[in-house]
Design a protein around this ligand. Structure first.
Ligand SMILES: *Cc1c(COP(=O)(O)O)cnc(C)c1O
Length: 394
């Protein structure tokens, strides 16, 4: 394994462990436990004196391969693979806070992330402040003497706002808070939060990493010290572990990640440019376009745009529903990062639990639609969008 490998090489070869059979494709170790040669070796392994697996809730070979490949790609020292993205995010927060602590988070969050911070954490005596994360002054103003964690997503779901990760990280270091970045929308290819100063990076592997709609998964990555001191025991004893079968599916997903994300991003750029010119569309937000309101920050911290496009239709909810229902290639689904192009109306699905006011604050209007571009032919996708928009009143 070489640290000098480019991502495309790391994602095919990184972390592979082969058995005595020399299998070419990595094996699935579907076993819940492991055997010991004798009593003394069991004792030594439990004491941590010798390496080796104990129980699949703690770790196992296929999960290890997935974790090591992700560590290599992300530039992390250690990681824990989890059953879903939410298991990764809830673990990364809850493993390190105690009653009396305070969290500051950007308010533009994936719905379940917001629930954990706003609703669950306070039940355990952990308070939170949600801020408009685009302005560093808001982060600074929200800090209290007991602030322990900063949490953000960038770009955000669904309106593709970005947060200045290096700026927030600098402040986190000054006040002694741990910065967790949910990097799902950027993918490990387009944004490197550790290089920007993040302490912990989390993913829903369900999205681009699988990218083929097959299974759930997640991962928490950090320094060895942070994992040892915060996540290690929490992970062993609360049990959010990933199934080895899913770790194997996700390892296969990583092999083709760069090819898929490249095609998806080209399709997204093409769709964004087409939509921006269409008379039924009021606004297009795409991190790869020069007219993105935060293009300067994007240029500083992202290597490329995104596989997602957010648009606002002039005709409101009625137009959004008419467009979605008229699409033939693009399917209606709340998933994202998939090989299939998918469309979502956030106000009535993923963000339905927010008040109208909270949605408006986030820029989620009745005519807002989120598109996740797949790997289909870009021309076919634009033609599908065109025939659907022709049916929309505005
Ligand atoms: C999907 C998603 C999650 C949650 O992941 P699951 O695998 O569905 O649990 C968290 N954050 C973001 C940004 C997501 O898109």
């Amino acid at each position: 394994m070489s640290k000098n490998w480019q991502p495309a090489t790391q994602l095919v070869h990184g972390g592979s462990i082969r058995s005595q059979f020399g299998e070419m494709s990595e094996s699935i170790f579907l076993t819940q436990g492991f055997l010991y040669e004798n009593s003394a070796s069991a004792e030594a392994r439990f004491k941590g004196e010798t390496d080796g697996y104990i129980y699949a809730r703690y770790g196992s070979p296929t999960n290890d391969m997935f974790e090591k490949r992700m560590c290599m790609m992300e530039g992390a020292e250690d990681a824990r693979a989890t059953a879903s993205g939410m298991a990764a995010i809830s673990s990364s927060i809850l493993c390190q806070v105690k009653a009396g602590d305070h969290i500051v988070a950007a308010r533009a969050l994936f719905g379940s992330n917001r629930w954990i911070i706003e609703t669950l954490a306070p039940k355990y005596g952990v308070t939170c402040t949600l801020v408009d994360g685009r302005d560093l002054a808001n982060w600074e103003a929200a800090v209290r003497p007991n602030t322990k964690v900063f949490f953000l997503e960038s770009p955000t779901n669904p309106t593709l706002e970005v947060v200045d990760i290096a700026g927030v990280s600098k402040l986190a270091k000054q006040v002694g808070a741990t910065l967790i970045v949910d990097n799902v929308f950027a993918t490990p290819l387009f944004q490197k939060p550790f290089e920007l100063g993040a302490d912990v990076v989390v993913y829903s592997a369900t999205k681009h990493i699988d990218g083929q709609g097959r299974c759930l998964g997640g991962i928490v990555l950090s320094s060895k010290k942070w994992i040892d001191e915060n996540l290690h025991d929490y992970f062993r004893h609360t049990g959010p572990a990933m199934s080895p079968f899913n770790a194997w599916v996700l390892l296969k997903g990583l092999e083709t990640l760069p090819l898929r994300v490249k095609q998806q991003t080209e399709n997204a750029a093409k769709a964004a440019d087409f939509l921006a010119e269409h008379k039924a569309v009021a606004k297009v937000i795409y991190p790869g376009r020069k007219d993105h309101p935060q293009a300067d920050i994007i240029a500083k911290q992202m290597k490329a745009g995104s596989t997602l496009v957010c648009l606002e239709l002039k005709g409101g909810k009625e137009a959004a529903f008419a467009m979605q229902d008229a699409l033939q290639v693009i399917k209606i689904s709340n998933n994202l990062g998939d090989t299939r192009s998918l469309i979502t109306h956030p106000a009535t699905t993923t963000h339905k639990n927010l008040t109208d006011e909270a949605r408006a604050e986030l820029g989620i209007l009745p005519g807002t639609v989120r598109l996740s571009l797949g790997i289909e032919d870009g021309g076919d996708l634009v033609a599908d969008l065109e025939q659907a928009l022709d049916k929309v009143k505005f």
